[in-house]
Each structure stands twice: as C-alpha cells, then as structure tokens.
Design a protein around this ligand. Structure first.
Ligand code: SAM
Ligand code: SF4
Ligand code: F3S
Length: 430
C-alpha cells in the first residue's frame, strides 16, 4: 500500500441512520487521504465495515460476508477494517478476522491507524466535527447527540455508543445554515434519543428550542428528527412541531410493547396509558401527522395475553408505519439474564400478526391521500423507466412519471392511487 491515490475503499454499512451518517464521515477522511470510493467490493483495497449490534442477525451478516472477503484476500492485498456499534465480546471475537479495528470516536486517527499520510490535517474535537461526504446534495443527516442513557433492558446502544453526549447547539445551527446555503432541502436531525437533546448541556437550548431555531433559518427546506422517546415527548415539543412550518409532521415514537408489565421489564419508563395519551395530544395538535413506531415481539416471558395488549394498542393507534423486531438476546444487557423463552416460530408469528395490521393501517392512511395534491421531495429515478420516487413531509413514498430532471427538487403531485406502502401520482407543478 504505497501510493494512497490509487487505492480504493468500499464501505459496508449496517444498522441505522447514525451509522449511515458515520460512514459519510469515514468516507470524507479516506477521500482526504487520496483514496477513491468504490461500490464494488471486489475492486477495493480496503473494506470498512460499520457494524450494528442491535440484533444478532446484524452481527451474523458480518460473519457471512467474511467468507467472501477472505476469498478476496487470497487473491489480492486487502485491508479489512472494522468500526461501528460493537460490544467488546464481538470485537474480541472479530479481532482475528480484521486487520484494523477502531472506535468511531477515534475517526480522526484513522489515517494514522492505516499508516497513511493525510492531505489535510484533521481538526480537533469530536469526530462529529468531521464534515461528512454527503451522498447527494438535497437530503442530509445531522447528528445532534450520540449515545443513550436510558438502558432499556434489551438494548446494546448504551454499551456500544456510550452515554448521551449532545453537540453544542451553535455547532448544529451553523452546520444546518451551511447545508441550507448549499441548497440542501431536507435535514434530518439524528439522536438515539433525539428529544432528550441538551439534558447534558449547561446553558444551552432544549430540543424544542433547537427545532424552533433551525425552523427560523432562512431558506426553503424541511426539518425531520429521529428517534423520539415517549418519556421525553413534552407538550412544548408537540406545540413547536405543530406551529413550525418547516418541521415535518412526522413523528417516530417507538412504543416497543403495549403491555405495562413488559414495558416495565424493558425499563422503558412509561406506561401504555402515557403513550396513548401522547398519541391523543399529537393527533389533537397535529391532525395530519404520520406517527410510526418500533415494536419488539417475544421479549422474555411475553405471554399470549401480553402480546394481545400490543395487538390492541397497534390496532387502536393506527400507525402510518411500524418496524417490528423479534427479540434478540444481547450480551451485556439486563434482559440477557432472562430466559429467551419465546420460540423462534412464535416470535415470527407475532411479528406477522402485527405486520398484517400495519399493512392495513398504512393502506388506510394512504387511501385518504388519494385526489389530494401533496408536496414531495424527489429522491431518485428508476434507471429503466421514467418513474421518479420521492417522499412526502410525512415519509410517505410516492412515485410518478416525468420526462424532466427533477431529482432533489420539491414538486407538487396529485395522488392517483394508494398502495399499502406507497402512493402513485401525477406531476402538477414544479
Ligand atoms: N432509541 C430508540 C427507542 O428508544 O426506541 C430505538 C433505537 S434502537 C437502536 C432501534 C430499534 O431496535 C428499537 O426501537 C427496538 O425496536 C429494536 N431493538 C433494540 N434492541 C433489540 C433487541 N435486543 N432485539 C430486537 N430488537 C431490538
Ligand atoms: Fe436503546 Fe432504549 Fe436508548 Fe433507544 S432509548 S437507544 S432502545 S437504550
Ligand atoms: Fe445499530 Fe448502533 Fe444504530 S447498534 S441500530 S447502528 S445506534
């Protein structure tokens, strides 16, 4: 590995938007070293894995892919680099496979770890101050905090990402202003517990006030945020979302279970009643809001009766979308001390039951949009057809035909047909 400028790197990214955002920072650091990004892993000299540990399946994918990487390594000089959300136990096991393992907080030292010379010297401070290599010029993630203090009994995040650290609001606002000045149309603020932003800062803004400030920046853009925790969903936040024009009426509010005993065992810090009351408040203040959620089925000891409570809640709330996961035991977590006693087949069945309800509620939500004219941000175009794909403020997927180049623009679409998870329409105005 002598000359940096002819080397290629490939990013294999697992997990949530936070990892996608981190991968964009890794790309920037490697670009600054003179590397070229490739989307063909067979062409790469370095493969960087950005790991997720939230479920065992994500870890298994790394072992699955490793067979391919080891074959590649026999044919050429290849450096395997591992980072992302990892538990020590997995990191130790993987140390035999990977040439370099680094903590994402140590991103600025990556060139040194790879024995490379940087073209530009890196700045000081958190790795979040590294400017990301954005994947397009209209949609962007802006992490506002990392880590989590909640210690939900099933979750690895407080162990893999550590305690919650919020970025100073002035840095976030400056970054947003710069993105808007460069024409970005959709900013999504990221945090594992985005609405607890600022709890660790002294004399800085709270999350609702931060939203309000960014909403007040001049420019034509949308502002989204994920993921909100029900215990931090204040009346003030609901009010700010309802009155701030650029803040999208989309609220992702994971409930995880509809049974109070399970919620307690999960250490979620709220009850089903509290959650339902929040939904009521959101619907009252923001009637057009799309509310989505996350649910875990088959948590240790979850009886059929307790699962029925979740079914009831999911039916009652009529979510626009939900991400249903089968409980996956994770080492270091408290729930790992409990017996993973719900058989795989039963977990799968429970997941299917909830997905069937979500199919119906999402379809019902979409059907109400037929004949309405809605603004969308155009994301991409099919290579084969002239169909474009975009998203509404409420994260509804919309497709429509057009001969023009519209990627990255806001356009008005008249919805003509609804499906469970997408809408069809025709272009009304650019
Ligand atoms: N901070 C968010 C919250 O409080 O809901 C969620 C972040 S977590 C990284 C994303 C989702 O993964 C969770 O909402 C949960 O549904 C799922 N998840 C986390 N740990 C899990 C586990 N051990 N087994 C199955 N799903 C899990
Ligand atoms: Fe994990 Fe709970 Fe933190 Fe979400 S709030 S990241 S589920 S510990
Ligand atoms: Fe996974 Fe880390 Fe996100 S564990 S879900 S990539 S915060």
């Amino acid at each position: 590995m002598s000359k940096n400028n002819c080397l290629k790197y490939y990013l294999f990214v697992l997990g949530c938007q936070m990892n996608v955002s981190d991968a964009q920072r890794i790309a920037k650091v490697l670009d600054n070293c003179g590397f070229k990004q490739t989307n063909k892993e067979t062409a790469a000299d370095i493969i960087i894995i950005v790991a997720c540990s939230v479920r065992q399946s994500a870890i298994d994918r790394i072992y699955g892919k490793n067979r391919v990487w080891q074959q590649l390594k026999k044919k050429k000089k290849l450096l395997l680099v591992l980072t992302g959300c990892l538990l020590t136990v997995d990191q130790n096991k993987m140390s035999k496979i990977f040439d370099v393992i680094f903590d994402i907080d140590d991103l600025k030292n990556l060139p040194k770890l790879l024995h490379l010379k940087t073209k530009k010297s890196s700045d000081n401070g958190s790795y979040l101050s590294v400017t990301p290599k954005h994947s397009n010029n209209f949609q962007v993630y802006v992490p506002i905090s990392t880590g989590c203090n909640n210690f939900c009994s099933y979750c690895v995040v407080p162990y893999t990402r550590g305690r919650e650290i919020s970025r100073p609001s002035k840095d976030i606002i400056k970054e947003c202003q710069n993105l808007i000045d460069h024409g970005f149309k959709e900013i999504t603020l990221l945090g594992q517990n985005v609405n607890s932003y600022g709890h660790d800062l002294k004399n800085d803004l709270t999350f609702p006030k931060l939203l309000q400030k960014i909403n007040g920046l001049a420019g034509d853009f949308w502002l989204k945020f994920i993921t909100s925790h029900p215990k931090d969903m204040s009346d003030e936040l609901i009010e700010i979302v309802s009155i701030s024009k650029k803040v999208c009426e989309y609220i992702h509010l994971p409930v995880q279970s509809g049974d109070n005993e399970i919620l307690k065992k999960m250490n979620r810090g709220y009850t089903k009643e509290h959650y339902l009351n929040l939904i009521k408040k959101i619907r009252k203040k923001i009637p057009q809001a799309a509310i989505s959620t996350d649910v875990i089925v088959g948590f240790p000891g979850e009886t059929k009766k307790q699962f029925e409570q979740t079914v009831k809640l999911i039916k009652e709330v009529k979510f626009a979308m939900a991400y249903i996961s089968q409980y996956s035991p994770r080492s270091q977590t408290k729930a790992n001390l409990l017996k993973d006693d719900i058989p795989k087949k039963e977990k799968k069945k429970r997941k299917q039951i909830l997905n069937n309800i979500i199919n119906k509620t999402s379809f019902a939500y979409n059907k109400k949009l037929v004949n309405k004219t809605i603004e969308i941000l155009v994301h991409k175009r099919s290579n084969k057809t002239r169909y474009y794909f975009g998203k509404t403020k409420t994260e509804r997927h919309v497709c429509f035909p057009s001969p023009d180049d519209l990627i990255g623009q806001f356009v008005k679409i008249k919805i003509t047909k609804a499906h469970a998870f997408c809408l069809e329409g025709k272009l009304i105005a650019k």
